[in-house]
Design a protein around this ligand. Structure first.
Ligand code: FAD
Ligand code: NAD
Length: 476
């Protein structure tokens, strides 16, 4: 007889494992199946985020930023050091250690929530039967009242620059370099290109970023994007916009890249490593047998309604494998919401209030609508901007770059968008997320006391500036 569960989750990334934990907390009998395998063959929960995405990239961003500050900034603080050098092996060891601790922690969390953790592949069959094949090849059939699909995403390949795993790599490969490449090429000036380009630039690589679109960071507020581009260029990231890659070929120990530049001229570039990061696509290989009733849409996503329910009864899907932002926190909220819905509880994901963060220096973060979107939607708005240059805390940190910008409805004073570029923007955005979630007005933020001296005062002052009542800078 097959094992029966109330809920089976397929995928143990940041969308799947929280769904399993919440379902367990809700008193349901749950199994979570995850097929992740690391380069060394070890299995680990946590999916892309913990093993090859959010966490390892942030670890290397932290290490590389410290290195950069040690050799470029300590002297400004009056700190003398001997020669500062890097030990990439040690840096990578630290990264792997943290990742291992955190992925191991998920096993503990699943256990504490009473979830049966199964490592191997899961395939959904009609009637919510799930075929499980463990990593050692052992098979069993499980059945469930509800199934949650959380199979995630994989890097989008580029036909003109095929991955060879050594010289032409995806973001995971670029997190595993064992030496600093002298010349690094990056295709795609998106979130990954900027974060990983920054890591290896800070560690000493000459970095050229080829971006197909003529505008930089087209998803962001363009005032923010313009400011960001200025800083990245100053840091030595050679960002070439409007560049269409025509070919990339490994030649000996290097890669020859050819592309057509914004002016239509053919160009070439020789690099030691090439990262292709032009987006990610949903991953559903081997996930569904024939006849499940689950629909895959034209772009490869599992088709779901507003509540993450698929076309098949009691089959749900969450995270990167469904429409919407490919972000860990979006997947987590969806997973938890579905687990609550299954238990008959109220659940809601506010897709209008998803924070975006790019963990570069300066950091970039935003929530809500951009100025371009408000213009396109014909919404009357006012703007409040405050530069970190005028923040005592930012000055103390030697990080007085960028600004906080608020977009506020002209008619109702409601905060519509918050855009930050500056120190710890990724942390500061949480206040803006709460403000938007609660439907706060600029006046609400103006009347909220902010500790001095903190970076958060920039948000307070930006809210005051929206009504030309800023204190710590002249109002224009
Ligand atoms: P995944 O994390 O991809 O997990 C899916 C899991 O399901 C995997 O373990 C996979 O092996 C497993 N699986 C798939 N099919 C099956 C099957 N049939 N049977 C069993 N198991 C299966 N997002 C942020 O919010 N912040 C960041 O800072 C950030 N940084 C990133 C940095 C990089 C370099 C990358 C690549 C991504 C980053 N992301 C970041 C994006 C984030 O990693 C993803 O949005 C997130 O991991 C999606 O979660 P998920 O659970 O939907 O999918
Ligand atoms: P992305 O969508 O952020 O950026 C891809 C970039 O590549 C875009 O600027 C696009 O115009 C460009 N591009 C597309 N095709 C191209 C081509 N042929 N030649 C040159 N440029 C091309 O995708 P990504 O950076 O690969 O990241 C993938 C996903 O992972 C994103 O959805 C992102 O949300 C997520 N992620 C998030 C974080 C974070 O939250 N800090 C960090 C890393 C990744």
């Amino acid at each position: 007889m097959s094992e029966h569960y109330d809920v089976i989750v397929i995928g143990g990334g940041p969308a799947g494992y929280p769904a399993a934990i919440r379902a367990g907390q809700n008193g349901l009998k749950v199994a979570c199946i995850d097929g992740w395998k690391n380069y060394d063959g070890s299995a680990a929960f946590g999916g892309t985020c913990l093993n090859a995405g959010c966490i390892p990239s942030k670890i290397l961003l932290e290490s590389s930023e410290l290195y950069h500050r040690a050799h470029a900034e300590f002297a400004t603080h009056g700190i003398r050091t001997g020669e500062v050098s890097i030990d990439i092996a040690k840096m990578q060891q630290r990264k792997s250690g943290i990742v291992k601790t955190m992925t191991g922690g998920i096993n503990g969390l699943l256990k504490a929530a009473g979830v049966t953790a199964l490592q191997g592949r899961g395939t959904l069959h009609p009637g919510r039967k799930v075929e499980f094949v463990a990593h050692d090849g052992a098979r069993k059939t499980l059945t469930a009242t509800h199934v949650i699909l959380a199979s995630g995403s994989v890097p989008t390949p580029l036909r003109s620059a095929p991955f060879d795993g050594k010289h032409i790599v995806d973001s995971w490969g670029a997190l595993e370099f064992d030496a600093v490449p002298k010349r690094l090429g990056v295709i795609g000036a998106g979130v990954i290109g900027l974060e990983l380009g920054s890591v290896w630039r800070r560690l000493g690589a000459e970095v050229v970023v080829l971006e197909a679109l003529p505008e930089f960071l087209s998803i962001a507020d363009q005032q923010l994007a313009k400011e960001a581009l200025k800083h990245f260029k100053k840091q030595g990231l050679d960002i070439r916009l409007g560049a269409k890659v025509t070919a990339a070929e490994v030649a000996g120990k290097a890669v020859d890249v050819t592309y057509v530049d914004a002016g239509g001229a053919a160009q070439s570039l020789k690099v030691d490593k090439l990262i292709v990061c032009i987006g990610r696509r949903p991953y559903t290989e081997g996930l569904l047998a024939e006849g499940t009733g689950v629909v895959i849409d034209a772009r490869g996503y599992v088709d779901v309604d507003d509540h993450c329910h698929t076309a098949a009864e009691n089959v749900w899907a969450v995270g990167d494998c469904v429409r919407g932002a490919m972000l860990a926190h979006k997947g987590k909220e969806e997973g938890v919401a579905v687990a609550d819905r299954i238990a008959g509880r109220h659940a809601h994901v506010n897709y209008d209030v998803i924070p975006s963060v790019i963990y570069t220096a300066p950091e970039i973060a935003w929530v809500g609508r951009t100025e371009e979107q408000l213009k396109a939607q014909g919404i009357a708005y006012k703007t409040g901007t405050f530069p970190f240059m005028a923040s005592g805390r930012a000055r103390a940190m030697e990080a007085a770059q960028g600004f906080a910008k608020l977009l506020v409805g002209r008619d109702d004073d409601r905060i519509l968008g918050v855009h930050l570029i500056g120190p710890m923007a990724g942390e500061l955005i949480a206040e803006a997320v709460l403000a938007l979630e609660y439907g706060a007005s600029a006046e609400d933020l103006q009347h909220t006391m902010h500790a001095h001296p903190t970076l958060s005062e920039a948000l307070h002052e930006a809210a005051l500036a929206a009504d030309k009542r800023a204190i710590d800078m002249p109002n224009r």
